[in-house]
Design a protein around this ligand. Structure first.
Ligand SMILES: NC(=O)c1ncn([C@@H]2O[C@H](COP(=O)(O)O)[C@@H](O)[C@H]2O)c1NC=O
Length: 531
């Protein structure tokens, strides 16, 4: 296809002057809208105003400028159909062979926190209509939506005098991907507010579901080297998180597994408020913590976390809920870790960490309070073959007022502290999970066994191997105990208090076991399965 006429209407004017000049020099007539036409004319390019083509002025502050049969007839006409060509001739419709459009900056307008009125005005109507029309008619028309394609188009035109079907198809696919993304963003925004523009705190599980993401980068591979991988992020996410994190050091790219583990590590440490709960350090392997502790300083939290399982910690991911200090940075560089993530770093700490070539250092540039988490990203998505499971993120926190002591004995103050700590940690351990805790350290972490009692046994075994004493520890279970066996196991190693959701038909038996062992037991009424 050799283009005779191009319609140019762009919001992002990057590179448009050079592109239009090249087209014009190649003999293509340029038609353009308001601001674009002005810019091109100022650059000395010969431009015909859209109103000259339509015979109709731009109206309603630009709400209607290209929405006209003379525009859409010129784009949509099939050049291989007699009837279409006759209609063009009869109605004086001129062919438009190339459409160069990019859309009103809806995303940017939302992101800058503009008023609802301004956001609505930035929903482009004329642009997507032309983009879709031209993309539909890719057999005859070229649709250019991305400034990074200008060079390719000009090169092809100069070399062959035409834009090939292959290129037109490439451009058309890209164009529909753009309008789909654009409309998905509009829908996403509208589902996040009420009719007056106030944020809604519970979003609908809509049908159909259109979700859209922006590509952050390609990855070297997926979970395994034979799987391809890429990393995408939500467009409107403001919450400090891994998807928005900034890499401060480390040449090596983050891998698929690194990103997944970083997410688990940051999720776990941000369960804890550094001001009220203390400084949290988590060491993660394969999305499970192999070390987790609270401390008064990052170095104290780190040293305690490391003791939980220094063998597994090798090559792990470390996270903090507070600023990384030079003291802890020094300790970290003594061992091999893949990545570290924290809300902030001391300058000197960064310098120390930078001496480790392969360590990737990430910052989330801050920390949201728990109450803000999930506001702009409320859902969790899990793919199954041929489908998608959607659920609210597991953001519930235990309300101490609603906890129920079910045993004869109440937990002591020290036990209470550890119980609440352990229940937050166990939420981030793959089910079936149990966590033994003592003085703010997860001294035994029972990960992902198919029976709860196995998790309890494995964690106790491991603690023993690591020389950690479970005497006087507490135990948290992410789901109820179906039998009394785990309670008996816990008693054997010296557990004195247990926290669990409750709700089993054998709760009576389980409570009786706890009473027999002189333990305190607390029901949360909240289950935290994690698959
Ligand atoms: N209303 C219309 O008919 C219309 N036609 C094109 N636009 C958009 O107007 C923008 C360009 O405007 P200008 O050339 O005035 O700077 C482009 O992003 C284009 O997608 C329109 N704007 C919005 O719907």
């Amino acid at each position: 296809m050799r283009p005779v006429r191009a319609l140019i209407s762009v919001s992002d004017k990057t590179g448009i002057v050079d592109f239009a000049r090249e087209l014009s020099n190649l003999g293509v007539e340029i038609i353009s809208t308001g601001g674009t036409a002005r810019l091109l004319k100022e650059a000395g390019i010969s431009v015909r105003e859209i109103s000259d083509l339509t015979g109709f002025p731009e109206i309603m502050e630009g709400r209607v400028k290209t929405l006209h049969p003379k525009v859409h007839g010129g784009i949509l006409a099939r050049r291989d159909k007699e009837e279409h060509l006759k209609a063009m001739e009869r109605l004086g419709i001129e062919r438009i062979d190339m459409v160069v459009v990019n859309l009103y900056p809806f995303k940017e307008t939302v992101k800058k926190g503009a008023s609802l009125e301004e956001i609505i005005e930035n929903i482009d109507i004329g642009g997507p209509t032309m983009v879709r029309a031209a993309a539909k008619n890719y057999a005859h028309v070229a649709i250019v939506t991305d400034p990074s394609d200008y060079e390719r188009v000009i090169k092809e035109l100069k070399e062959t005098g035409e834009i090939s079907l292959k290129t037109r198809f490439y451009l058309a696919r890209k164009a529909f991907n753009l309008t789909a993304h654009y409309d998905a963003l509009i829908a996403e925004f509208l589902y996040s507010i009420d009719e007056e523009g106030n944020p809604v705190n519970c979003r609908e599980m809509r049908n159909p579901l259109t979700i859209t993401f922006e590509k952050v980068s390609d990855l070297r591979y997926g979970e395994n080297p034979h799987q391809r991988g890429a990393f995408y992020k939500e467009v409107f996410i403001k919450e400090p998180c891994v998807a928005r994190a900034e890499k401060l050091h480390g040449e090596k790219e983050l891998s698929f597994n690194n990103i997944y583990d970083l997410d688990a590590s940051f999720g776990l440490v941000t369960e804890f408020d550094p001001q009220t709960d203390g400084i949290a350090c988590a060491i993660i392997k394969h999305a499970n913590p192999c070390g987790m502790a609270l401390g008064k300083t990052p170095e104290e939290a780190y040293e305690k976390a490391l003791k939980v399982d220094p063998v597994s910690a090798f090559g792990g991911i470390i996270a903090f809920n507070a600023k990384v200090t030079p003291e802890v940075a020094r300790l970290i560089t003594e061992r091999f870790y893949e990545c570290i993530i924290a809300p902030d770093y001391d300058e000197e700490a960064l310098e120390i960490l930078r001496t480790k070539k392969n360590l990737r250092v990430l910052t989330t540039n801050g920390l949201d309070g728990l109450e803000r988490r999930g506001v702009d990203s409320p859902f969790e998505y899990r793919r199954i073959t041929g489908g998608l499971l959607v659920q609210d993120r597991d953001l519930i926190t235990v309300d101490p007022e609603k906890l129920k002591v079910v045993t004869d004995r109440e937990p002591t103050e020290r036990e209470w502290k550890d119980l609440l700590f352990a229940f937050k940690v166990v939420k981030w351990v793959k089910s079936n999970s149990v966590v033994y805790a003592k003085d703010g350290v997860a001294v035994g972490i029972g990960v992902g066994q198919t029976s709860r009692v196995d998790s309890a046994r494995c964690a106790a075994e491991k603690a023993k191997m690591m020389g950690l004493d479970l005497q006087g520890s507490v135990l948290a279970s992410e789901a109820f105990f179906p039998f009394r066996d785990s309670v008996d196991e816990a008693a054997k190693v010296g557990v004195t208090a247990i926290i669990q959701p409750g709700g089993s038909i054998r709760d009576g038996e389980v409570i009786q076991a706890a009473n027999e062992h002189g333990m305190a037991m607390v029901f949360t009424g909240i289950r935290h399965f994690r698959h």
